[in-house]
Design a protein around this ligand. Sequence first.
Ligand code: NAD
Length: 258
Amino acid sequence: MKLSGKVALVTGAGSENGIGRAIALLLAREGASIVVNDVNPDWARQAAERISEAGGQAFPLAADVSREDQVKQMVETAARKWGTLDILVNNAGITQAVSILDMSLEDWDRVVDVNLKGTFLCTREALPYMIRKKWGRIVCMSSVSGKKGGGRIGGVHYAASKAGILGFTKALVREVSPLGITANAICPGTIDTGKDSMRLMWNGKPATEGLEEAKRSIPIGRVGMPWDVARAVLFFVSEDADFINGEVMDVNGGAYLD
Ligand code: NAD
């Protein structure tokens, strides 16, 4: 039990085979009490139930991370429920396979708002609780897209928001580390969350072909699974990573090396 007595908020942790749910389950298995956030209330509830069934402690809180009022209320409710907040995983994110020429302002705003503004709002609201304890762990979910300028799906808005998360995390470290808080980022490569949207290639190839093509480009010979990312998050928030700060960890099977 690496996280006994800790309280963790994981955003976007509702979707069934998603990365956030795997993170929430793994942190709960290590003893953390989990606040399960998702914009979809049913998914948040289902994920919290799944954690409870597995013997963990979890509490669902629906909120849109891009809405300031909702984030404030979520963090306040979470801290009231569990008495504190030690760990924040900024996982909620959306993407959209659209070319810049077809990208509307609404498309741009929605993706940047959820991915980047959501990370800012959740972090700002969670920080006072961590500062009070002089201890906190923040993990931000970027993407290989944020490094190499685009992944298998997703457009310029997605890549820009994920690159922005890397700058955000490093700037955050400069401000909050003296207060006992570390912040790190993760760049997953292709992770199989079982959804048609992530299985579609830019050119609309069917899922099976897309995944086969993805596998061929990954030296390890398989795509990633949500658990691969969850283990990296656990490392960052456990005492194993007490001296690791402002780090960007690739979880991509060697598909992109820099
Ligand atoms: P997913 O769609 O399964 O999960 C995202 C979750 O976020 C969903 O449950 C969704 O309801 C929730 N969400 C969406 N908008 C929200 C909002 N405004 N407020 C709160 N919750 C919201 O996606 P995933 O593949 O598990 O992705 C998780 C994170 O990992 C994302 O940040 C994504 O960009 C990143 N990522 C994924 C991959 C991949 O290959 N799957 C690769 C690189 C990075």
